[in-house]
Each structure stands twice: as structure tokens, then as C-alpha cells.
Ligand binder design. Structure first.
Ligand code: PLP
Length: 347
């Protein structure tokens, strides 16, 4: 057993024991391999490095109350990976291979799975990259699919609290009719610098509007957006938003609580009408937002709009209720009535 302080875990890269890999060459998947070598060897012309032929997934594994080990909604991640791979012109593992490799990764790295009773889990990071050395702009016939994992705590450290966000109008996340709705690596590249600037100014999250008109809310840089208005759960409907599995889960949970779910265009002016606003995703789970500033130019001090929900660190009670339910399902504290937890057998 590893000597890990489970309470002190953040959300970051981690070298565990084993990587699970499979290559697909000329449309034919090679046998799955397990390796403790955490270094890749790639041809310097490999297309993932020059042309961002790279996509990934993120899902979590939980040690549940009764000792079972559950992967949360891996069928949804397998489906989304296939969708993204299709977008890039890459072959994707089918659901059976995806499940098999996820389970192998969990079993081979079991000592890194946080025990029940800590707010911690194991994050699985499946990665699909074009390894073929090539200059032409056509899909590669050689890809590598790897699953790695990391023990993780909360994304922004510590217990649940609300955080300030900024809308940086001089940065867009994804082009109209572009790659925003897919989990491609390139979507994240353009957010590193504005994230750093925002963090230096005391904001935790970036909230992006639709690139074409800047009229509607798309999503945060790391997660989806939802707002609470009375008994309504409101979340943007947009082709440029990554279809979040956490958001889909929360919509069901909200309906289970008798709330009405609205998936529609959300004009940014509506930010003034929400009682609570939050970011949601596998990594952040659910991150309530205390206030949002809109800045015409992120680097400059001027704020054109300001929206306030609660004091920093406070949490809207409906958002807390949604969070508690999702966590309780994941850790097996309540019945999994929707069949979201995939139990890994033989552990
Ligand atoms: C840009 C973006 N939006 C939304 C999400 C949330 O998706 P999911 O709930 O499937 O993790 C993620 C990933 O966590 C993301 O990177």
C-alpha cells in the first residue's frame, strides 16, 4: 500500500504503477499491453505533436461504502471518445475494449485508489493520439490509446466553496462550428494563458460566451455551466459546449428532486436572474460561483458587468443538495437507482 495522505490530494499529474496501452495500425487494434514505463517514444514527426491530433477522456473510480469499486458512467465516456475520435478522423476503441482497459488500469494501480471515507477518488485519463509521422493534413493510420490514472482530491483544493469567475471577452474558447463540442486537446491550449492571467487577478474560473456573437453563455474553460432559478435548473444548449457527463447526471438528479430542467440558449444578461450558478464536470464535480465579472479586455482593469451570487466560499443550498446527491451515489451511500456505477468485479 502506498503511503499517500489522501486528505491532502489535489488534482494533478501523478506517476502511478502501470499504464495500459493499445495501438491501432491500419485499422487493426493490436493486443492490449501493460507497462510500468511512463515514458513514450515518439517519432518527432508524429502528427499529434504538430497538428494536435490528440483527444482524451476523464472519469472517476470510487471505493464505495460496501468496499466495492465503481467506475462512474464509463459507457458515456466510451461514447464521447468515439464521437471525438470521429471528429479527428481517428479509430476509437469500442466500448468493450474501453471498459477492459479502464478495469485493467484500476486493478493494476489499486494501491492508488483512495479508501472510502476521504473526499478522494481515482481519476482515469484515457488518451488517444496520432503517432504516425506525417506532414500531410489527413488522418493518421497509426494511433496509440493509453489509459493512465491518478489519485485525486478536489480540483481547486480543500472543501467545497464558491469561487469567483471572469468572462474574458477578448478570448474565445472555440470557433463557431469548430471543435468546442469535442474533447480535443486543442480546445484547451488557448485557455492556459488567460487562466494564468485570471488566476493572477484572483479569479478561479474563466466563463466563455459563444464566439460568434458573444450573446450567450457557452461554458467554463474546464467545465459546463448551470444556473438555479427557483425550482429550475438552467444549462446552455450550444454546439460549442462539451456534452458534460456530470451535467447530464445533474439534470437527472435535479429532475429526481422535482426540479424543472431547461436546456436552451442562455443570454448572458440572465446571469443577473440566477440565485446560484455553478461549474460542473468530472474534475471539479460541482463548483459554485460567488460572482462573475465581465471584462472587455482581461488584461485591463475595466469591468463592464458584475454579477453576484453569494460571498466567496458560501454555497447556494440547492447547489449543495445536488452535489451531496451525486457524491452519495458515487460513494455508494445511497442506492444507484439509475445504474450509473459500473462495479469492477474481481477486486
Ligand atoms: C471544457 C469542458 N467542459 C465540460 C467538462 C465536463 O465534462 P464531464 O462532466 O464529462 O467531465 C469538461 C471536463 O471535465 C471540460 O473539459
Amino acid at each position: 500500500m502506498q503511503n499517500i495522505n489522501w486528505e491532502a490530494l489535489g488534482f494533478d499529474a501523478y506517476t502511478t504503477k502501470t499504464l495500459i496501452q493499445a495501438r491501432c495500425i491500419d485499422g487493426k487494434w493490436q493486443p492490449i499491453t501493460e507497462t510500468d514505463n511512463f515514458s513514450f517514444t515518439l517519432d518527432p514527426f508524429a502528427c499529434m505533436m504538430h497538428y494536435a491530433i490528440s483527444c482524451f477522456e476523464g472519469l472517476k473510480v470510487f471505493r464505495q461504502k460496501d468496499g466495492k469499486v465503481a467506475i462512474f458512467r464509463p459507457d458515456e465516456n466510451a461514447k464521447r471518445l468515439k464521437r471525438t475520435a470521429d471528429f479527428l478522423g481517428l479509430p476509437a476503441p469500442d466500448e468493450a475494449k474501453f471498459f477492459d482497459m479502464c478495469e485493467r488500469c484500476v486493478k493494476a494501480n489499486l494501491e492508488y485508489l483512495p479508501p472510502y471515507g476521504h473526499d478522494a477518488s481515482m481519476y482515469l485519463r484515457p488518451l488517444l493520439i496520432g503517432t504516425k509521422p506525417k506532414m500531410q493534413l489527413t488522418p493518421p493510420n497509426e494511433v496509440l490509446f493509453t489509459i493512465m490514472c491518478a489519485p485525486v482530491g478536489s480540483y481547486y483544493g480543500g472543501k467545497m466553496r464558491s469561487i469567483p469567475a471572469v468572462i474574458p471577452l477578448n478570448y474565445d474558447r472555440a470557433a463557431p462550428h469548430g471543435s468546442g463540442g469535442y474533447k480535443v486537446a486543442a480546445n484547451y491550449a488557448g485557455t492556459f494563458k488567460p487562466y494564468q492571467i485570471a488566476h493572477d487577478q484572483g479569479y478561479t474560473e474563466l466563463l466563455f460566451l459563444n464566439s460568434q456573437t458573444h450573446e450567450f453563455i457557452d461554458e467554463f474553460g474546464s467545465s459546463n455551466f448551470f444556473g438555479i432559478k427557483g425550482d429550475k435548473y438552467v444549462t446552455p444548449l450550444s454546439d460549442s459546449v462539451l456534452p458534460s457527463i456530470t451535467n447530464k447526471t445533474l439534470q437527472q438528479v435535479a429532475e429526481d428532486f422535482g426540479m424543472t430542467v431547461e436546456r436552451r440558449a442562455v443570454p448572458y444578461q440572465e446571469l443577473s436572474e440566477f440565485e446560484g450558478v455553478a461549474a460542473c464536470g468530472t474534475a471539479v464535480v460541482l463548483l459554485p460561483v460567488s460572482r462573475i465579472d465581465m471584462k472587455p479586455v482581461l488584461e485591463e482593469p475595466a469591468v463592464s458587468h458584475h454579477f453576484e451570487y453569494c460571498k466567496d466560499a458560501e454555497v447556494n443550498p440547492t447547489i449543495k443538495k445536488l452535489y451531496d446527491r451525486i457524491i452519495d451515489i458515487q460513494f455508494g451511500n445511497v442506492e444507484d437507482t439509475h445504474g450509473w456505477c459500473h462495479i469492477v468485479e474481481g477486486i
